[in-house]
Design a protein around this ligand. Structure first.
Ligand code: XMP
Length: 514
């Protein structure tokens, strides 16, 4: 299979994944490699185009990331962005300087009519600048194609050699028409047909999985999350009953979640595979009884999962492949070039392969970004409620119940969370909030219900908007929606007499309560 590919060479910029995402939005497959990748490897991949990303260094410093000049002589179109643009000029005989003032943020820009990447765009527009150094002289053979007040060379091109350099960041949405510019490069200059689509990905993957697996056996730990569900769907379409999925219901899933997973992947569901559901609820509650320390809770939940998976794997015996739901951001974050992917296990514990008898790992979603995984899931016929599932921590409700976990507390938080999710969906907010859930504080307080005094738990509602889950802000949910949720939880969930809304940002808070 030869796939039309554009390669992003990463120089340490903060937007490298975004560049690749934008290329893929143009229906062109794209992979990210470190600037340390040998040119021979790049040549072997025979890319249709190459994009050099931004980066925090000054390209003329001796120790700064660089690349061999040969890259620009391959006849393959190259687009340099920010640091990548400066490096291109520096290596080809232009000049880069560190001026007294840099340029940051939204900036008015003027494009020249000759600018190949700016065809079809307005002459004046807004771009996103974030640089200190700038190009002061273009390399021989280049012409200037854009300027701003503080940056006389905001873009430059050598049409004959198919080399393009842009000082600003078209990959950032603050740049108006940025995706158009990338499209002009990958579809126009590079001549990509744009055949990277999820229906073809699914077809191709089914074929390659069949080739790779042959008549071998594959084992997958299915968590019910988006990635492992889509991996299971894809493998099952490819190899049917040669796939066995082990789904451990640890009793810390959201309300009805275990049954929902079983309805799709179990007997009578839409897929053909061996599905093993392990109902380990009681086993978990016993292990967690009396444990209040958050880290210890996490550890117990993780270790118990390994033990259960191990027991099931022993029953199954040796398998040829262990499947994992690794996705492209995992590969990129585990070291560019991705020779060795992280072992992503159900509970982020790593180490599953130590005790499973298998020959090789198979990662059918390794090339996909999250939104592509979702699209592939829909292609496979997995229901939307699974495909658009919220991020959910491996230790499940264990980290949403402050203090000791009991069956009673799990019931309370499941019911409260169910109501919360239902009302958020009714208000049409379910796709616009990053992550939201109900949690159970360990606080009990006095209340009155009817004529009765109560002494019950307080539920905390959490909703955050976040780009990368490293920082987050509390989402603004309309007050009437919150009030409706509060009133329903208090009326419908026994054992709750107070509802709080958590306003805390991350940092200083975390997204989960524990
Ligand atoms: P925190 O609470 O650390 O959460 O701000 C950040 C994101 O990670 C998820 N999370 C976890 N995911 N195992 C996981 O697989 C965990 O132990 C875990 N703890 C938090 C959380 O849901 C949020 O999306």
């Amino acid at each position: 299979m030869t796939r039309e590919t554009v390669i992003v060479i990463d120089f340490g910029g903060q937007y490298n994944q975004l560049v690749a995402r934008r290329v893929r939005e143009c229906n062109v497959y794209c992979e990210i490699y470190s600037y340390k990748t040998d040119i021979e490897k790049i040549k072997e991949m025979n890319p249709k185009g190459i994009i050099l990303t931004g980066g925090p260094n000054s390209c003329y410093e001796p120790d700064s990331p660089s690349y061999t000049k040969e890259l620009f002589e391959l006849g393959i179109p190259v687009l340099g962005l920010c640091y990548g643009a400066q490096l291109m000029m520096h290596l080809l005989g232009g000049k880069v300087i560190t001026p007294e003032v840099g340029e940051y943020g939204k900036t008015e820009i003027t494009y020249s009519k000759n600018g190949v990447l700016f065809q079809g765009l307005p002459e004046k527009s807004v771009c996103w600048m974030s640089h200190f150094d700038r190009i002061s002289e273009v390399a021989p053979g280049f012409e200037v194609t854009a300027f701003t007040a503080d940056c006389p060379i905001a873009a430059t091109q050598n049409v004959e050699k198919k080399l393009y350099a842009i000082q600003f960041h078209p990959e950032v949405l603050h740049t108006e028409n940025g995706t158009e510019m990338i499209k002009n490069f990958v579809r126009g200059v590079c001549g990509c047909a744009g055949d990277w689509k999820m229906d073809t990905f699914v077809e191709e993957s089914i074929r390659t999985i069949r080739e790779k697996v042959g008549d071998g056996k594959v084992l997958l730990a299915l968590s019910g999350g988006v990635d492992s569900s889509v991996a299971a769907g894809l493998l099952s379409r490819a190899i049917g009953k040669q796939l066995t999925c082990v789904f451990v219901d640890h009793g810390l899933l959201r309300k009805n979640e275990g049954d929902e997973v079983e309805a799709v992947f179990g007997e009578g569901g839409i897929f053909d595979l061996n599905f093993i559901r392990v109902n380990a609820q009681e086993r978990y509650y016993k292990k967690l009884a009396g444990v209040t320390e958050p880290e210890q809770k996490r550890k117990i939940i993780g270790e118990e999962f390994i033990r259960i998976f191990e027991e099931e794997a022993k029953k199954i015996g040796a398998v040829d492949f262990l499947a994992q739901g690794t996705i492209y951001p995992d590969v990129v974050e585990s070291g560019l070039g991705g020779e060795s992917a992280v072992i992503k296990s159900h509970h982020n514990v790593g180490g599953l392969p130590d005790f499973v008898d298998f020959k090789e790992i198979i990662e059918p979603l390794r090339d996909l970004f999250k939104d592509e995984v979702r699209k592939a899931g829909l292609e496979l016929g997995i229901p939307e409620y699974l495909v658009f599932r919220q991020p959910f921590p491996g230790p499940g409700l264990g980290v949403r119940i402050v203090g000791e976990v009991t069956a009673e507390k799990v019931r309370i938080v499941q019911d409260a969370d169910y109501i919360y999710r239902e009302e958020i969906a009714n208000a049409g907010l379910d796709r616009s909030i990053g992550q939201y859930f109900a949690a159970l504080t360990n606080m009990r307080s006095v209340g009155v219900m009817g004529d009765e005094r109560t002494y019950d738990y307080a539920v905390a509602l959490r909703a955050v908007n976040t780009v990368d889950f490293m920082t987050a802000d509390a989402a603004e949910i309309p007050f009437e929606v919150l009030q409706k949720v509060m009133s329903r939880i208090i009326n419908e969930v026994k054992g709750v007499n107070r509802v709080f809304y958590d306003l805390t940002s991350k940092p200083p808070g975390t997204i989960e309560l524990e």
